[in-house]
Unconditional design. Structure first.
Length: 175
C-alpha cells in the first residue's frame, strides 16, 4: 500500500547508509544556501513506498541554484553540492522540467520530497526503462491514479498515453 505522504525512513533498510547520509548532507547544504529543492529519483520513489537500491541522490532545484552567463551558459552557483563523500548529487532544474510547483512539497525526516504527481511526471519523461519500471511499481502499490492522470493532462498531455500504458502493464496478469 502506498503511503499518503512520503516517508524517508522507508529507505533505511534498502539504501546504503552513505547514500542516505549524502542525501541529508546535500539537502542541508542546499537549505543553507537558500536553494529550494525536493528529492526526486530513486530515493523519492522509495520514500513514496517502493524502496530500491540506488547509487546517487537526485534533487529538483530552483533557479537560484544556477548562475546564468552571457551566451546562454549556465553553471552551478558556488557551494552547490554535486558530490558528497563520493556519492553523486544530480540536480535538475525545476523550471526546465515544468515543475516549479514541486518546490513547495512534503517534508520527511528533514528532507523535502517531491509530490507524487511530479515524481511520476519526471519518471515518465525519462527514456530509461528503469524509470518506467519505477512508475509501474508505484502503480502496483495503489497510488491515486486518477489524480496522477489529471495532473499529466495539464502538465504534459503527451505523456498521458505512456501513463495509460503503464497502468495497463501494472495490472496485466493481476486480474
Amino acid at each position: 500500500m502506498a503511503p499518503k505522504t512520503p516517508d524517508v525512513s522507508l529507505l533505511d533498510d534498502m539504501v546504503a547508509p552513505r547514500i542516505l547520509d549524502a542525501m541529508r548532507i546535500a539537502s542541508a547544504r542546499l537549505t543553507d544556501l537558500g536553494v529550494r529543492h525536493v528529492l526526486v529519483g530513486g530515493l523519492a520513489v522509495g520514500a513514496w513506498g517502493y524502496a530500491r537500491a540506488t547509487s546517487d541522490v537526485d534533487f529538483l532545484v530552483g533557479e537560484e541554484a544556477f548562475e546564468h552567463h552571457p551566451g546562454g551558459l549556465v553553471t552551478m552557483k558556488y557551494g552547490v553540492p554535486i558530490q558528497v563523500g563520493g556519492v553523486a548529487v544530480d540536480l535538475l532544474s525545476a523550471s526546465a522540467n515544468h515543475s516549479e510547483d514541486a518546490l513547495a512539497s512534503f517534508r520527511s525526516d528533514g528532507v523535502s520530497v517531491a509530490p507524487l504527481e511530479v515524481l511520476i511526471y519526471l519518471k515518465l519523461k525519462s527514456p530509461r526503462p528503469k524509470d518506467l519500471a519505477d512508475v509501474i511499481e508505484l502503480i502496483r502499490l495503489g497510488i491515486e491514479r486518477a489524480a496522477i492522470r489529471a495532473d499529466l493532462v495539464t502538465r504534459s498531455p503527451e505523456l498521458v498515453e505512456k501513463w495509460d500504458r503503464a497502468v495497463a502493464d501494472a495490472w496485466r496478469g493481476e486480474e
